[in-house]
Ligand binder design. Structure first.
Ligand code: R5P
Length: 283
């Protein structure tokens, strides 16, 4: 049975659909002091698939509660799906005294499950932090689905080298187009992002930007600015995880993006395609 956290209800429904499993009934409530209380109100299965994007500290706690609740309800096997794994980008201590937060949360999640699947973690190495078998799931091919079929001489471009494999996967799923990447630098004091353009010709071409996540939107906005200066035709922003924190959406619109497409690993208005079928292949 699929058991959904409050942050991943659309994803969980799509996963139930893709796997033919039933969706458990869950109520999300709070005690008067603000503590969370997730309760299974209709659950009966040996294998529980607990699904929750840990987009907040509350979502982390809720996931742990649901893992515990399914065991209480008799599940003999628990698989945990993290459509989006929060804290995954804190995968090392960047300065003395910092925790490796990804490891801390991975250990906590591992205590309540037999196996973990997580969609496009920032680095697949975070899977090693779990103390149970954990696998990354690549959903980048899904990003090709909402793209128009009439792309003109398309270029699939990642705003940094680390995401070029995702851009390649999206391009391959679309079926045609060139591939390139920008070199990115971020000033962590100011938050400013600069990208060093490749020498790819973009004038008059449709460009599909592909990244794992849009968080503040600074990376994509900078890439759009550069592409606009170089007379690109349409610029589509695509990402697996549309976090779109704070004013990110406004930044992208002001930069002049043609459209933004993300998956439902983080449920936002731009989540036009589901990553659930990619996860279903691993269940
Ligand atoms: C970084 O390497 C990631 O792939 C993304 O490019 C980055 O996290 C995006 O962040 P933001 O939207 O804040 O620029």
């Amino acid at each position: 049975m699929i058991v959904s956290g409050s942050t991943s209800q659309a994803f969980a429904a799509a996963l139930a659909d893709a796997t033919g499993r039933d969706l458990a009934a869950v109520e999300y409530d709070r005690f008067p002091d603000g503590e969370l209380q997730a309760t299974l109100t209709d659950y009966a299965a040996d294998h529980a698939v607990v699904v929750g994007s840990t987009v907040s500290s509350d979502a982390h706690v809720e996931l742990l509660q649901l893992q515990d609740a399914v065991r209480e309800a008799g599940a003999a096997e628990v698989t945990t799906v993290l459509p989006y794994m929060g804290y995954a980008r804190q995968d090392r201590a960047f300065t003395e005294g910092e925790p490796v937060s990804a490891r801390a949360v991975a250990r906590a999640v591992s205590t309540g499950t037999d196996r973990v699947l997580t969609v496009n973690p920032h680095e697949t190495a975070v899977c090693d932090f779990f103390t149970v078998p954990a696998e990354p799931v690549d959903a980048a091919a899904r990003l090709a689905e909402p793209l128009p079929g009439d792309l003109s001489d398309p270029l699939f471009l990642s705003p940094d080298e680390g995401a070029v494999d995702l851009a390649a996967t999206t391009r391959d799923a679309h079926g045609r187009g060139d591939l390139d990447y920008f070199e990115k630098e971020r000033d962590y004091d100011t938050g400013t992002v600069t990208v060093e353009p490749s020498d790819a010709a973009v004038a008059g071409r449709d460009v599909v930007l592909v990244d794992d996540i849009v968080a503040t939107g600074s990376t994509m906005a900078e890439a759009i600015d550069v592409l606009t200066d170089r007379d690109a035709a349409r610029v589509f922003v695509t990402c697996v995880h549309p976090m779109l924190a704070a004013d990110a959406r406004t930044k992208l619109e002001r930069a002049g993006t043609t459209a933004i497409f993300g998956t439902d690993t983080i449920e936002r208005p731009v989540s036009t395609v589901s990553a659930a079928p990619s996860v279903a292949e691993h269940l």
